[in-house]
Design a protein around this ligand. Structure first.
Ligand SMILES: [Zn+2]
Ligand SMILES: [Zn+2]
Length: 338
């Protein structure tokens, strides 16, 4: 019996993508911490645009602030925004909570740093040649970030309008946003399961997570609020800064907009799932026909099995509740469950 999500390990709720007044968000870092903590979250990464910052004074024994920032690379040689052109956004999470190194600093991308007069204190690493929207530059950028103590996540592919070919050629990011709630609620219904399965079918060992990417332009009780919509459940060995980063890096997490997994285990050819009440579930195995199970009308499921055979390329479970909210595990490959 192999436990992929163990019922004996505590899960911690995280928002891994969030903007504050340090860039274009409406809430201060302190307000964001209070909002998320009082809403039952345990982990928050404030990831302001091209604005590395650490908020460790706000961490406490029950709440961990992750250090990081969001970077972007645009097609315009001076980084000018164009809503009709694709671009890429990446979230950088620091393994060392005090690491605020700026990767591949570029004058054209640092309006928030300039606004705060923060450029002079920056530690700058990596090439400062003009940024270039190309697979090779993006891969070099990700490598540089990793060499300097960050783990790198790939953000909102649908909003970014990137081509699938580009995305599948990127190397080195540990996880992709399965759901970006700000984009979901205000733009696109951004849910990237199909793209994620393409990565897994190519054998890419990439994880998935959910995040708000909240800017809080609307109050939290508004239908357009971008807070508390998509989140990541992290399952660390110990609830410390390094324990949380380590769990993310090892894929001990899943993405959700509501439902929770309590257990996913494999016993021979049986995949057993225990979860909060859902209306249906899918098991993706890398073929064109995922397996499905539906609750009878007026009932729900919270414990069920799927049978698998030796042909499965990977396992990925998706559950959906009666309100249309879903949760998705990452892909697990046979060497992890056989
Ligand atoms: Zn973004
Ligand atoms: Zn963002």
């Amino acid at each position: 019996m192999i436990e992929l999500i163990s019922p004996n390990k505590k899960q911690y709720r995280a928002n891994l993508h969030c903007h504050s007044t340090l860039s274009d968000g409406k809430k201060t870092p302190q307000e964001l911490k209070e909002m998320y903590k009082s809403h039952g979250y345990d982990v928050l990464a404030i990831t302001d645009h091209e604005r590395p910052a650490q908020h460790q004074d706000m961490s406490d024994k029950d709440f961990i602030m992750l250090t990081g920032y969001e970077c972007y690379i645009r097609q315009d040689p001076h980084g000018k925004y164009n809503a009709f052109e694709k671009e890429i956004h990446l979230n950088l999470f620091a393994k060392d909570p005090m690491n605020v190194k700026m990767i591949c600093f570029n004058e054209d991308y640092c309006s928030y740093l300039k606004r705060d007069n923060a450029i002079s204190q920056l530690e700058r690493v990596g090439s400062e040649r003009p940024r270039e929207y190309s697979v090779s530059y993006v891969n070099e950028y990700i490598r540089t970030a990793k060499d300097n103590g960050y783990i790198v996540a790939y953000n909102h592919p649908f909003w970014s309008m990137e081509s699938e070919a580009d995305i599948l050629d990127y190397e080195g990011f540990f996880s992709m946003e399965m759901c970006n709630y700000s984009s979901w609620v205000q733009n696109h219904l951004e849910y990237n399961a199909a793209l994620y399965d393409k990565m897994l079918k190519m054998g890419k060992r990439v994880f998935c997570h959910g995040s708000d990417d909240n800017h809080n332009k609307y109050p939290t009780d508004s239908i357009l609020s971008d807070s508390f919509g998509a989140f990541t459940m992290i399952i660390p060995d110990e609830f410390t800064y390094s324990g949380v980063i380590d769990a993310m890096e090892r894929g001990n997490m899943y993405a959700s907009t509501g439902p929770l997994f309590h257990r996913v285990c494999v016993d021979g050819d049986t995949v057993h799932i225990e979860c909060s009440d859902v209306s249906h579930a899918f098991l993706y195995v890398g073929s064109r026909s995922p397996k499905h199970i539906y609750a009878e009308k007026g009932t729900s499921l919270n414990s069920f099995d799927f049978e698998i055979n030796e042909n499965v390329r990977y396992l990925r479970v998706s559950i959906q509740d009666s309100e249309g909210r879903f949760a998705d595990t990452r892909g697990f490959f046979p060497d992890e469950f056989r």
